[in-house]
Design a protein around this ligand. Structure first.
Ligand code: SAM
Ligand code: DTB
Ligand code: SF4
Length: 329
């Protein structure tokens, strides 16, 4: 049985990052084999239900109203449009439908609309995930009652680097939202972005924050920055593929039972890099040709990649449950 730890010291995490590449891969794959079927990957489809004009200043984001990114803003999508997208995602084999809104936080009225979407998607037999910004405790509880399976809210980076990226909400605000989601009994999806200009220490600190939560997130998305023209982070130095793969491996070792999501940035990744990520312990992806506002690989390209790697998309019965891990004794 793999022990779940919540007391990772930074030095131990940094030591993992410093291992020879092959040693790190071997270790991560061993942990992966102990906890998951190595040739299965969970697939989720994303939909932006409310696009653009966001008041936050996240310096990577196409949807912030502060930057001129040429993005057309859209109102909250009507329920029937959302349900027809979810139906298409289901038919293409996706097991979870993730709805994202460019809000600092939802108003209670907006939340009512989202709740109708969650109920509708659930009735189709798909898992549901939403990412709506900060929540109050009461809003998290209402989403739980509505049947929401996952809430995505990323820490994005280390507490120390965070202020270079976002100034309009604090790290603690994010941790508070995660606590409300956890306490409500909703599965937590929280991760970060690489390639923001952070150091390896920042990556280690981000993973330390996630792994030392009282309960590990059920899902940890690792995004490779999609550089958006007009944002302050356009033109940043890119993270190399080996450093990206290392981060996935360390996430797998620290959080053995968590789904590690190879998230944004796959359109620019080689098949080989993605294959290494799967070996290192990534076992979920976003599937479908669109993320929120940017492109993702076409479905047929992903199916061809899976086929060539002998990977199968996971079926829904194997995921749905809450509390896939618990506080270590
Ligand atoms: N507005 C909500 C929020 O920020 O919590 C929900 C949507 S927001 C787009 C969800 C996450 O997507 C962000 O926290 C960030 O980690 C990721 N993201 C946004 N833009 C990205 C980009 N250009 N490249 C990679 N990841 C990005
Ligand atoms: C996450 O960690 N990545 C997804 C999802 N959670 C909401 C979003 C990626 C967004 C990439 C840029 C875009 O398409 O706008
Ligand atoms: Fe708004 Fe979310 Fe983009 Fe930040 S990441 S600007 S909160 S949509």
């Amino acid at each position: 049985m793999t022990e779940l730890r919540h007391d990772w010291p930074l030095e131990e995490i940094q030591a993992l990052f410093s291992l020879p590449f092959n040693d790190l891969m071997f270790k991560a794959h061993q942990v992966h084999l102990e906890n998951f079927k190595p040739n299965q990957v969970q697939i989720s489809t994303l939909l932006s239900i409310k696009t653009g004009a966001c008041p936050e200043d996240c310096s990577y984001c196409s949807q912030s109203a502060r930057y001129d990114t040429n993005l057309e803003r859209e109102r909250l999508l009507p329920l029937d449009e959302v349900l027809s997208s979810a139906q298409k995602a289901k038919e293409s084999g996706s097991t979870r439908f993730c709805m994202g809104a460019a809000w600092r936080n939802p108003t209670d009225k907006n939340l009512e609309h989202v709740i109708d979407m969650v109920k509708g998607v659930r009735e189709m037999g798909m898992e549901t995930c939403v990412t709506l910004g900060m929540l109050t405790k009461m809003q998290a509880d209402r989403l739980k009652v509505a049947g929401l399976d996952y809430y995505n809210h990323n820490l994005d980076t280390s507490p120390e680097f965070y202020g270079n990226v976002i100034t309009t909400r604090s790290y603690q605000d994010r941790l508070d939202t995660l606590e409300f989601v956890r306490d409500a009994g909703i599965n937590v999806c929280s991760g970060g972005i690489l390639g923001l200009g952070e150091t390896e220490r920042d990556r280690a600190r981000l993973l330390q924050q996630l792994a030392n939560l009282k309960v590990h997130p059920e899902s940890v998305p690792i995004n490779d920055l999609v550089q958006i023209e007009g944002t302050p982070l356009a033109g940043s130095e890119k993270i190399g593929p080996l450093d990206f793969i290392r981060t996935i491996a360390v996430a797998r070792i620290l959080m053995p039972k968590t789904y590690v999501r190879l998230s944004a940035g796959r359109s620019e990744m080689s098949d080989e890099t993605q294959a290494w990520c799967f070996f290192a312990g990534a076992n979920s992806i976003f599937y479908g040709d669109r993320l929120l506002t940017t492109d993702n690989p076409e479905e047929n390209e992903d199916m061809a990649l899976f086929e060539s790697l002998g990977i199968q998309p996971e079926q829904i019965t194997e995921t749905a449950s809450c509390d896939t891990n618990s506080v270590a004794a």
